[in-house]
Design a protein around this ligand. Structure first.
Ligand SMILES: *Cc1c(COP(=O)(O)O)cnc(C)c1O
Length: 227
């Protein structure tokens, strides 16, 4: 995409989003030049689905100035990628099992880091493949809360990607309800501060339902050719 176009799109989305909401630019498939342009024009957080891709872009941006933006892991994380992931990311939004939580905790222990994480909820149950089921979220939160190198900071959900965004509301509402219930439980070392939901087609509805992180790709960078 032309730099001017991208600048315009970034500004449009940033002005539409209320100040309490963090915009995470979902940057999969985008070039480092595009990511750099987005950052120059106000993007403060970028999200990656794959550790390898995040690493490539991270390296490309490094000489330009590290720590200019927050790096969020927004894709399903594999255990064998946990080592690199904890080095690269400032937040992992997709913790959905004891196994992945333990892998992240172990790897953080090695490098002396405490990782802020969100618990990913499978709000669509059978229709979504990733995320913990709403019935199991409490026991997962209780377990993960005890891991010394992880701090739970909230919840994330995907919800449906396409179709009428109004139809995503029940998924967002369910996740917000869990968020409020967990906040009321006041589990130790656990904060319900961030609620990450909504993408290009649904962020307006998601914010309306209580999201304070939105993950937006297409609306910023244009259509992806290969996903
Ligand atoms: C790609 C992606 C997004 C952004 O999707 P768009 O429809 O391009 O805005 C958000 N969240 C996750 C987890 C993604 O993989």
């Amino acid at each position: 995409m032309e730099e001017k176009d991208l600048e315009q799109r970034v500004q449009t989305v940033l002005t539409e989003i209320p100040p309490h909401v963090l915009l995470v630019a979902a940057a999969k498939t985008r070039t480092s030049a595009e990511v750099k342009t987005a950052i120059t024009h106000g993007i403060t957080a970028i999200g990656y689905n794959y550790v390898q891709e995040a690493e490539t872009i991270h390296q490309a941006l490094e000489e330009w100035g590290p720590n200019r933006v927050q790096w969020h892991c927004i894709g399903h994380l594999q255990r064998n990628k946990a080592k690199k992931a904890v080095e690269l990311f400032d937040m992992i939004e997709t913790i959905d099992s004891v196994r992945i939580a333990e892998a992240v905790d172990n790897r953080c222990a090695v490098i002396g880091k405490v990782m802020p994480v969100l618990i990913e909820i499978n709000s669509g149950r059978e229709s979504n493949k990733t995320g913990v089921s709403p019935d199991e979220v409490r026991s997962l939160v209780r377990y993960v809360a005890e891991l010394p190198h992880i701090r739970i900071k909230g919840l994330m959900t995907m919800g449906p990607r396409f179709g009428d965004p109004e139809e995503a509301r029940p998924y967002f509402r369910l996740t917000k309800k869990l968020f409020d219930e967990l906040a009321a439980e006041k589990t130790s070392r656990t904060e319900m501060r961030y609620l990450s939901m909504g993408m290009s087609n649904s962020y307006v509805q998601a914010i309306d339902e209580g999201a304070n992180i939105v993950r937006i790709g297409t609306k910023l960078f244009g259509d992806r050719c290969n996903t």
